[in-house]
Design a protein around this ligand. Structure first.
Ligand code: ZN
Length: 319
């Protein structure tokens, strides 16, 4: 948790481009400082001028109020008491941030970091893709020429920015990969780590095995997502999964128990045998949920001895 809070504080300091007063830190931020080490450095904020605490509109000079306290004279509000503060503050060591970001991204190019001005840095090339660290997303959106300055012929540009308050979805077109600082990186072992790298060409590193792939079923038929039966995915036994997979393969066609069990590679006489709840398991939620799922998914005609799974039919699947 401390690492998460520490990274959130780093991102806030970077985005805000200004030190924070020590006594405004939350207890969680204060606890996170132990993780940050050299990433933050003490500084002092000049408090001879402050933002008027009353209207938050005007900067006003601070005076002693003659009674040991302090006040500012706001052009609009007049004299307003100002909380006494020692000005002790913390600033982000931005050079630390940029160097550790380079390591996190595997940037090994010998050329250093380019300060492009206005809170934009070219950190270097990661696998031939130029990487920009940008303090404020709107800056690159308003000045696309910045991207043209670093664009290369055969690689996307990566743009890393703190999470903006308004933008939804991706603000860039093709050729630019946008990484949100807060979401894609974290503090790790005194440095910065790039978190899982989802890309359209690869599956996520940790895929949920219950993810519905075949109708309500997971790829291996060991899970079914049926909110009407159970709020969470229902997990089946290996045998049940084989029967459900076999039933699915007949695409909703009524099929004899013998053919289904043959395709499932099981010795039982009929599909429902696998779902019977044994006396000792009566009332156990996982067993009852499996039986309920079977009841919801499989139809049968006992007289003809056939079974089918309506949700597996092509008609249903395409609607
Ligand atoms: Zn004011």
């Amino acid at each position: 948790m401390a690492a998460h809070d520490a990274w959130a504080l780093v991102c806030r300091l970077f985005a805000g481009d200004t030190p924070v007063l020590r006594n405004t830190l939350s207890p969680r931020d204060a606890a996170a400082l132990s993780v940050l080490g050299k990433a933050v450095k003490p500084t002092v904020i000049d408090q001879s001028f402050v933002l008027c605490p009353h209207c938050q509109q005007h900067r006003a000079q601070v005076w002693g109020d003659g009674r040991g306290g302090r006040m500012c004279r706001c052009p609009e509000c007049g004299p307003v008491a100002v909380e006494v503060n020692d000005g002790a503050a913390l600033a982000l060591d931005e050079d630390w941030l940029r160097q550790k970001m380079r390591l996190a991204l595997g940037i090994e190019s010998r050329d250093g970091i380019d300060d492009l001005g206005g809170g934009v840095w070219r950190l270097g090339d990661a696998r031939r893709s130029p990487v920009l660290l940008v303090r404020d997303l709107t800056r690159v959106l308003h000045e696309p020429a910045l991207l043209d300055r670093v664009r290369v012929a055969d690689g996307d540009i990566r743009v890393i920015t703190p999470r903006p308050s308004t933008t939804r979805g991706s603000p860039f077109g093709a050729g630019v990969e946008w990484l949100v600082l807060e979401e894609r990186f974290t503090i790790y072992g005194g440095g910065i780590a790039l978190l899982g790298t989802p890309s359209p060409s690869s599956t996520p590193a940790i895929a949920d095995p219950a993810t519905p792939v075949n109708g309500p079923f997971s790829a291996d038929f060991k899970w079914a997502t049926l909110p009407a039966v159970q709020a969470t995915p229902i997990q089946f036994t290996d045998g049940q999964a084989k029967v459900l997979g076999a039933l699915w393969s007949f695409k909703g066609e009524a099929t004899t128990a013998e053919r289904i069990m043959q395709r499932a590679g099981l010795d039982s006489a009929k599909p429902s045998d696998l779902f019977k709840v044994k006396t000792k398991d009566r009332g156990k939620p996982e067993h009852e949920a499996r039986l309920a799922a079977y009841g919801a998914l499989v139809k049968s005609n006992r007289r003809q001895g056939v079974y089918w799974m309506p949700s597996a039919s092509q008609d249903v699947a395409s609607t």
